[in-house]
Design a protein around this ligand. Structure first.
Ligand code: SAM
Ligand code: SF4
Length: 336
């Protein structure tokens, strides 16, 4: 069955309206749970150009995508990325797109915040796992907390709403989470905690990092009053309101299956590979149909065919026998 024009509907009746694009696999940080220190990145010639990314994103918008998130690697690290963001903002102007946003490590946000706001970016996600400068260095290997803080302040000053994403890591930041929560909510910033996902080989052992959010929530509930709220973004986060701070706290627990039935998203890599599920290997190549002709018919057919294969759910496990990740590609390839 073909979806009505301007809509993509998968075999399980889910409307796909959210596209995340990893615009680069490179990054100026080396977060220990995300990358090995000595990463091999894609050869630059394999990357889609910014014009090709624009054409692809636009094809998705024409097929019903209402929300576009640029991620990476570090999206603000890709050269001339503001050209792409400026160009994509035209779809906000026509009303075809509801939201254009990014997920960033914040290292270069100070420089780009005002321009992002000018392009119609209203909310962004900034990843931050600790407020302690030494621990920040330890977890990101190459990052500088002051720069990220300056970036967050610049975004807020430009009128962009910031949400923090923090990966909960056993023995690293579990004791700091209450303090991060108080600080973020005091700054009018929502906080979302993420469970580690077994994506790609890293230097350490993932089973050592795994901290179930059920345990974090139980600990937080001893200090704070957490009220479940129906706030839904079509994504994997479950939200509570923290009575003491008046702010929102999200929990992303990808290893449980509680969100697949409402999944509205697909992910595109910087080489034009479309992943229909973060937790599955199946993918569709969109670069070949994109480059095969100037018109979009081949591309449009390839997208339809891919959406027709969107799986019901994911297969994440951290295999305790082999200690191998369930999905071999890194998060920096699909962007989370
Ligand atoms: N560089 C940008 C950033 O850090 O925000 C965007 C890309 S990063 C891959 C997107 C998100 O994925 C970040 O919040 C990061 O903490 C998270 N992430 C990376 N590897 C992860 C893993 N193995 N498990 C859970 N979250 C992960
Ligand atoms: Fe870079 Fe983001 Fe991965 Fe950290 S989580 S290494 S900032 S891509």
């Amino acid at each position: 069955m073909r979806a009505p024009a301007g809509q993509m509907i998968d075999p399980f009746g889910r409307t796909v309206s959210y596209l995340r694009i990893s615009v680069t696999d490179r990054c100026d940080f080396r977060c220990v749970y995300c990358m090995a220190e000595d990463m091999t990145f894609l050869p630059k010639q394999d990357l889609l150009t910014l014009e090709e990314l624009d054409r692809l994103a636009t094809a998705f918008v024409e097929k019903g995508v209402r929300k576009l998130r640029l991620t990476g690697g570090e999206p603000l690290g890709r050269r001339n990325i503001m050209h792409l963001i400026r160009s994509l903002s035209r779809h906000l102007g026509t009303g075809a797109l509801e939201e254009l946003t990014i997920t960033t490590n914040g290292s270069q946000l100070e420089r780009f915040a005002a321009e992002l706001a000018d392009c119609g970016v209203r909310r962004i996600n900034v990843s931050l796992d600790t407020l302690d400068p030494d621990k920040f260095k330890q977890i990101t290997r190459w990052g500088n907390l002051d720069k990220v803080m300056a970036g967050i302040r610049a975004a807020q000053a430009a009128g962009i709403r910031v949400k923090l994403n923090a990966v909960a890591l056993k023995g690293f930041n579990e004791d700091e989470i209450p303090e991060m929560l108080r600080w973020a909510h005091g700054e009018n910033i929502d906080l979302t905690l993420i469970e580690t996902m077994p994506l790609g080989e890293i230097d350490g052992d993932r089973t050592d990092q795994y901290l179930p959010l059920s345990a974090v929530r139980a600990q937080l509930a001893e200090r704070f009053t957490l009220a479940d709220i129906p706030y839904a973004t079509g994504g994997p986060a479950r939200y509570v309101e923290v009575k003491e701070t008046g702010g929102r706290l999200g929990f992303i627990t990808p290893l449980t299956h509680n969100f697949c039935e409402s999944c509205n998203r697909v992910r595109l890599t910087c080489t034009g590979t479309l992943y229909m599920c973060l937790g599955q290997e199946d993918a569709a190549d969109l670069r070949a149909p994109l480059r095969a002709s100037e018109g979009n018919e081949l591309l449009s057919n390839a997208i339809d065919e891919a959406i027709g294969r969107k799986p019901k759910g994911h297969d994440f496990i951290i295999d305790r026998e082999t200690r191998k990740p369930a999905v071999s590609r890194h998060m920096s390839v699909t962007g989370g």
